[in-house]
Structures are given as C-alpha cells and as structure tokens.
Design a protein around this ligand. Structure first.
Ligand code: TRP
Length: 455
C-alpha cells in the first residue's frame, strides 16, 4: 500500500525495481539499438564509442538527476513543476513556457518515433509470413508503402495508448518489468550468435579500438551529445514525470546511476551486435560501404543490410531476424509509453480529465501528426527529427539544469536529495553535482551548440 500522503492520488511505482525497469524501459529504445550503432558506424567506430561513454556520465547523468529531483520534489508534470520552484512571477512564466515547450517536443518526438517503430514492427509479421511460405504477403509487409506504414503506425500507437491508459502501476510498471528482461536476454542470445560467425572479429576491432584522430571532429561531439540526451530521454519531462512517481524512501542519485548505467550498457551491447553483424554481412558479399566509401548508416543499415544478412543465413536467419525485430518493437514500446505519458499527464493534471480520456485524446492527436508526416515524408520527417532531438532536447536540458541549479533553493535541493539517502550532505554527489549543473552542464551544452552552428 502506498502511504497516505499528498501523493496518494497520483500513481506511484511500487518499488525501486519497478522504477528502475520503467525508467530504463523509457531510456532503452530505438536510440540504443538503432541510433547508437548507426552513429557509431557513421563516425568511425571506437572513437565515437569512447566520447559517448564519457558524455553519458559527465553530461547526461547530471542532467538526468536534475529532472528526477525536480519531479520528485514537485510531484507534478513539467508544466506544473517548474513554476512551483519559484515565487518570482517572471520565472514562473518562463517555467511554464519551458514546460509547454517540453510537452510539444515530447509529442513531436513520439509522432516520428511511432513511424520508425512501425517500420520495424512490420518486419515481425513479415518474417512469420516468410516462415509459413506466404511469399507475397511477406514481401508486402517487408516493404514500405503509405498503406503499410499508416496501418502499422496506427497499431503501434494503439498498443502504446492502451498501456498508458492503465496508469503507472498496472500499465507502465507492469509492462516494463515484463518486457525489459526479455529484451536483455534476446539481445545476449543474438550477440552470442553473431560473434561466432566469420567476419565478426573485424567489426569488433572497429568497434572497440578507437581511432583517436577522429575525436576532434565537431560532428562527432554534437552527435554524441544529442545521442546521450536522446538515449536517456532527457529534456522533455519524461524523466521528470517518472521521478514524480518515485517514493521518498528511494536513494535518487543511486537509482539514477543505475538507470544511466543500464542504458549505456545496453547501447554498448547493441553496438556489439550490430557493428560485427555488418562485417559478417560483408563477409557474405553484402555491400556495407556506401558510394562515398563510408559505412552504411541511417535506415538502410537496419532495414536492408541486416535483413540481407539474416536471409543469407538460411532458415536459422529467418528466426534470428524475427527475434531481432521483435526485440526492437519491445524496446520501442517501453520508450513510446514514456513519451506519451508526458502530454497525457499534462492534460490530466491541468484540465482534470480522467486518465483514460486524456490518453485516448492525446494519442489520437499524435497519431494524426504521424499521418501528416507520413503523407509529407520528404518535407517533414528529417526536419522534425532535427528540430526535436538536435536542437530542442539539449536546449531544454539547459533550462532544466538552470531550474534545478539556480532556481530551486539549495536547502530544498539538499532536503530532496537527503530523502532516502542518509548522509547526503557529506556525499561526493552533493559536493560536486550542484555546482556542476549550475555551471558546467549549461556551458558545455551551449558550447557544443555554437560548435555545431559554426560547422
Ligand atoms: N530514450 C529512448 C530511446 O533511446 C527514446 C525516448 C523515450 C525519448 N522518451 C523520450 C527521447 C523522451 C527523447 C525524449 O529510444
């Protein structure tokens, strides 16, 4: 039973394990299994991996803590939470505007994420049709068309909404605790399989041995920063709202560290699968370098190179492909529910709608946006991704660090961190983190922006 306090009307995770699986479920998604290996491939391998690992802990983890702490302290969605940290009217307005911007960006992220997820999800029935000898159906399912994409996008949105409509404990937590361990097991099995195939070792070398001359490439730094923000679901209030469901008896810095570690670990594991798999494909005569002599990245990597590898492995390959795309769908689903939760809690808390109604209303609007993107794909798709992930997420990250570091009073900050963390005031975390998010995080993010704008 949840304690009878002010949080009683809101959902709450039932245990620390519940929170960790839900938050890692949010964090681990297409960003890890697709985005990270793809970026690694396009930025020359090991150098990107190294920079990413450093940024994940130096930049993304402190920003994650800012969100979790604001969330648990205010027990509100981002729009309600930020104004609550201050008594100054101007700051209240800025806080509210920042929160609203976060809600819009979260919704836009979901609108393109659902499209990508639908491409991958369609490969699951495609593999099943292939296994059962339905060649024509299989080829319709495996190739993109407006009809197929709209149908599967609708199906994916329906699945996402039906989990979110059930609430925190029965929906988000229950499904994340079921799906996440399944995902890790499937992935380990795939890594073990791929690493035994000829060609894998060459990929492993590219992945693990950094070429230090590439590290200064500005595209590499901003790419790694954007990837770290996206992967930890930062900036738009996802982690803030999950933080608002955490019990006051949990040690937040430790719990947040687990989430960052697991997320980074799974991205690393996905790279261990995909980069060697590309070289196995090359060993089998499949083209893995594009015309510009760089490794194939982008959608083609997962939707063409890997399926042709799976096909070349015969009937075992079909099963491996099935498992792989199932895994991607699961990972996408535990992330998409956390994105939908952002606009849903906003509508639910600001307009006093029931969770059920709020969910279906918001999910329908976002599905409408996905259809709009699908129908104007060339004009909208890439633009929405760069507006949301490259620009808005880090910018919102700066705002959240400023609110946690400058606006929230230091005493309150310490009290919040101390809840569930005895002796917090003498900890290394308290010695470093507050000034870190005041100065280093915002400056580092802005510096990378300027770099990016100039390059
Ligand atoms: N982190 C997830 C991934 O790696 C995606 C995600 C979930 C997300 N919630 C988010 C990204 C909020 C940005 C903002 O796939």
């Amino acid at each position: 039973m949840a304690p009878k306090d002010a949080t009683n009307e809101r959902g709450q995770f039932s245990s620390r394990f519940g929170f960790i699986t839900a938050a890692t479920g949010s964090a681990v998604g297409l960003g890890n299994i697709w985005g990270f290996p793809t970026q690694t491939a396009s930025h020359g391998g090991g150098a990107f991996v190294l920079v990413y690992l450093v940024l994940a802990f130096l930049l993304a983890y402190p920003a994650l803590m800012a969100e979790l702490i604001i969330g648990r302290h205010t027990r509100h969605n981002m729009v309600g939470a930020l104004p609550q940290l201050t008594t100054k009217p101007v700051l209240k307005i800025i806080g509210r505007a920042t929160g609203l911007y976060g809600v819009v960006i979260a919704s836009l992220i979901l609108s393109f994420y659902a499209i990508v997820a639908s491409w991958l999800m369609a490969q699951v029935p495609a593999a099943l049709a292939d296994i059962s000898g339905q060649g024509q159906t299989a080829s319709w399912l495996s190739q993109s068309s407006l009809l197929r994409d709209s149908l599967f996008c609708g199906l994916f949105s329906l699945l996402t909404a039906s989990i979110v409509a059930r609430g925190v404990k029965d929906g988000i937590e229950r499904w994340s605790t079921r799906l996440m361990p399944a995902l890790v097991l499937l992935m380990l099995a795939l890594v073990a399989t791929v690493l035994t195939l000829p060609g894998a070792m060459e990929g492993l070398r590219l992945y693990l041995v950094p070429n230090f001359s590439l590290i200064t490439d500005p595209g590499l730094l901003t790419g790694a920063m954007g990837q770290a923000f996206f992967s930890l679901s930062l900036g738009v209030g996802t982690m803030l709202i999950y933080g608002s469901y955490v019990s006051k008896t949990d040690n937040l810095p430790l719990t947040g560290a687990y989430v960052a570690l697991i997320d980074t670990g799974i991205a690393f594991l996905a790279g261990l699968l995909i980069i060697p798999a590309m070289f196995v494909a090359q060993h089998r005569g499949i083209e893995i370098y594009s015309s510009e002599n760089t490794l194939i990245a982008g959608p083609d990597l997962i939707l063409q190179t890997l399926p042709s590898l799976f096909n070349s492995l015969g009937s075992a390959g079909v099963i491996i492909g099935l498992v792989f795309f199932l895994l991607l769908t699961i990972a996408a689903l535990t992330s998409s529910i956390s994105m939908l939760e952002v606009p849903v809690t906003f509508v639910l808390e600001q307009f006093q709608l029931s969770r059920y109604r709020a969910t279906w209303l918001v999910a329908s609007i976002i599905f409408g946006l996905s259809l709009l993107i699908l129908n104007n794909f060339e004009q909208l798709f890439a633009g929405v991704i760069s507006l949301t992930t490259t620009y808005s997420q880090p910018l919102l990250g700066v705002m959240l660090c400023v609110f946690a570091g400058w606006v929230l009073h230091r005493d309150k900050l310490l009290r919040e961190i101390s809840a569930g963390f005895a002796g917090a005031e003498n900890s290394l975390f308290w010695k470093i983190w507050p000034s870190y998010i005041r100065f280093i995080c915002p400056l580092l993010i802005i510096f990378m922006f300027v770099q990016n704008a100039r390059s």
